[in-house]
Design a protein around this ligand. Structure first.
Ligand code: 5GP
Ligand code: MN
Length: 326
């Protein structure tokens, strides 16, 4: 599966690697890991993202810089690889650029229902993370090329996409890869975990405190929700990035099947949906124009907050009926 793309990529002088908008640990880890692989194999790489890398992940870009795309850098690229998303619209300005400048484009991802527009797709829904897939580029070619930067980048994506190796997407294979990365990168799990999860600012905890008070249960205690209002963000001087990980709190309520975090970000309501049952939140999110995985998905609602909650709970309730019948 990886050979075809590996051979193709080696034919180019310069390849642009995009991570998805509003980047997370998996897309940044996979992007930096893949750029390092390209450069170690004779291909010049550029790493692009329209948005800024979150503060807790910025250290990864010391191993390979991630830039906002400029026309010059984009024109330098002979081809593109998109990581951790499976449709051009997840990659912001890439979608417009490629329409005007058709160039070979490849995709490496683990989300369901991939767009068929790519020249080669590595699309493995069962993979815990895109970083797990990028590991195979090294495994296939030269595992000795995994140095500290590669190992820490890929390890970051694995732990951020699996709730620190807790989700049901984790397989023995995931653990073997994580262990191999620790060995080859010569680091201990806490070194990365502390950087990624253990450097919160006081305002994040103050925002969490306010948000926790909004946790409510719906549909006979099957759905838990939590809200972050624009007022809370203003009062604590926090932003969307400061809500990272919040959805784990409503999801941790005993006995519920799914949780939704609603964030009123001014321009609309961003929702994070999570499931710990057979309820498929990818299907749920798709009904409101979003998407994701069965157990973790996201979407936007134009608002206001109350309407978003009502609309989204109504859809969830209908899907719960189907799940409970089956
Ligand atoms: P999060 O809730 O952490 O923002 O996102 C969870 C998952 O849902 C991610 O893996 C991401 O790929 C997907 N996701 C989040 N927001 C959106 C969105 O607006 N559209 C789509 N299609 N997927 C999203
Ligand atoms: Mn991912």
């Amino acid at each position: 599966m990886f050979n075809e793309l590996i051979e193709k990529l080696k034919e180019f002088d310069t390849v642009g690697v995009y991570s998805h908008i509003r980047p997370d640990g998996d897309c940044i880890g996979a992007q930096v890991g893949l750029c390092l692989w390209l450069e170690k194999n004779g291909v010049q790489a550029h790493a692009f993202n329209d948005d800024e890398v979150p503060l807790n992940l910025n250290w990864i870009t010391d191993y390979f810089p991630v830039h906002e795309p400029t026309p010059k850098l984009l024109n330098d690229c002979d081809a593109f690889v998109l990581v951790d998303g499976n449709t051009p619209s997840r990659f912001g300005s890439y979608a417009d650029y490629i329409e005007d400048n058709p160039k070979p484009s490849y995709m490496i991802d683990h989300h369901p229902d991939p767009d068929g527009c790519f020249d080669i797709s590595i699309s493995v829904e069962e993979a815990s993370s895109t970083c797990e897939l990028v590991f195979h580029f090294f495994l296939q070619e030269d595992i000795g090329q995994i140095d500290e930067g590669v190992a820490k980048s890929l390890y970051t994506g694995i732990i951020t996409d699996t709730g620190s190796l807790q989700y049901d997407s984790v397989t023995p294979e995931t653990m073997t890869i994580a262990s191999e990365l620790l060995r080859r990168g010569d680091f201990k799990p806490n070194e990365v975990a502390e950087r990624v999860f253990g450097n919160k600012q006081l305002k994040q905890l103050q925002l969490l405190g306010r948000a926790l008070k909004t946790v409510k249960l719906f549909e006979n205690n099957q759905i838990a929700i939590m809200c972050v209002t624009s007022e809370m963000l203003e009062k604590t001087n926090a932003t969307n990035e400061d809500c990272e990980g919040f959805v784990a709190y409503p999801l941790s309520v005993a006995g519920i099947k799914a949780a939704v975090l609603f964030k009123d970000l001014g321009g609309g309501i961003k929702m994070s949906l999570r499931s710990k049952s057979d309820l498929d939140v990818n299907k749920w999110a798709r009904e409101v124009g979003g998407g994701g995985h069965k157990k973790a998905a996201g979407a936007w609602h134009p608002g206001p907050l109350k309407k978003a909650i009502k609309d989204v709970i109504d859809i969830g309730a209908k899907q719960l009926v189907k799940v409970n019948e089956s």
